[in-house]
Design a binder for this molecule. Sequence first.
Ligand code: GDP
Ligand code: MG
Length: 440
Amino acid sequence: LSEKLQEAFQSLKGKGKITEEDVNLALRQVRTALLEADVNFMVAKDFVKSIKEKALGEEVFGSLNPAQTVIKIVNDELTALLGGTQSRIMISSKPPTIIMLVGLQGAGKTTTAGKLAVYLRKQGKHPMLVAADVYRPAAITQLQVVGKQIDIPVFADETPGANPVDIARRAVEQSTHMLKDVVIIDTAGRLAIDEVLMDELSNIKAAVRPHEILLVVDSMIGQDAVTTAQTFNEKLGVDGVILTKLDGDARGGAALSIKAVTGLPIKFTGVSEKMDGFDVFYPDRMASRILDLGDFKTLIENVQGAIDEEEAREMAKKMAKNNFTLDDFLKQMNQVRKLGPLQNIIGMLPGMGQIKDQLKDLDLNSKEVRRIEAIITSMTAAERENPNILNGSRRKRIALGSGTQVQDVNRLLKQFEEARKMMKRMQGLRGGKGGFPGMP
Ligand code: GDP
Ligand code: MG
């Protein structure tokens, strides 16, 4: 998919102006990208239409080329549509703040209740959890296990036939005695929306008047997200959405569909099964995820800020050709140091998400870079061109000359090999054509 996109953008390269034909071609691909990310059909259609109007009116932007300009417009528009700025939880001036989590069964309500409690505790709040799902046999125990794990009290009533409305009401009453200022209510779900459930949730709502009703949605449900969000919003009234399981392969189309159709803000995301797998929602990151372009805009900005563009272009060419030498490695390390950790940079490149994880051990600080510099500059030109000739005695000489140990030299050579392998892989991903889009 991202290949198709890049192809489309590639075809825009090297032209001075964006023609209607260019835009049409690119936008057909964008539309496909959206549909493949499970964005609702109508939403995708509207989005593409709005882009077309913008792109045609616009001049090629600043120092960007036409391809980058289209990327920028697509990204900006998508970000705006996803919500522009991030949303937060409304904290009541009169405690307790009451938050009710609702959603289909398996969406992640119980897990998210715990995550939200941890998140709010970090903000200095004193949350408690309420087990208002009394139907699934293990539901109460599940929340209690979560509570124990994160050391947050759980209000529950295990009496058979206990009424969830009653439980919620009593929990809120108890909260002040327990010195808790946030009450998070975990409710029951169903596999599909049904009237009985909606009535029960409405009754809980009427009884405790929550400040926030947050709809928990599994990002994997794709197109269905729209109906789910619409129905919950109509029947119950929802203040915001938490999108879970974004650590899976869901591309985030649900986020765009929900936002576009219901207007509900996406407030948080769930990114793992663990209690710290929780994040506020960043529209710009979601936009990139949906387009699978990596954080391209940030990359462009960073590259312009820190790297001589010519040098970057040269480097990209070399990466593609795979005649990447130790000299290049050193140059790259120095650039990377200016930009931040290597993983961050790689993560910004389109399609590089997986490689990023493999680079965790290649983290660099400036001390490390200085050592690398000393080692590489202690090599002869021939050695730098062809590290294969570095036998034991040469390595010893280099260590001595650079004031390091032979192990340091060995480690550097290993890192270089890693980097070189990575370049090869990048070349594979780029179809061997070389260069990143926008870096001809
Ligand atoms: P509920 O029925 O809505 O209460 O859903 P649960 O909280 O019981 O979650 C259902 C399943 O989804 C459990 O196995 C959770 O561990 C898992 N889960 C919830 N949120 C996330 C998430 O953000 N990422 C991943 N990978 N799993 C999640
Ligand atoms: Mg549950």
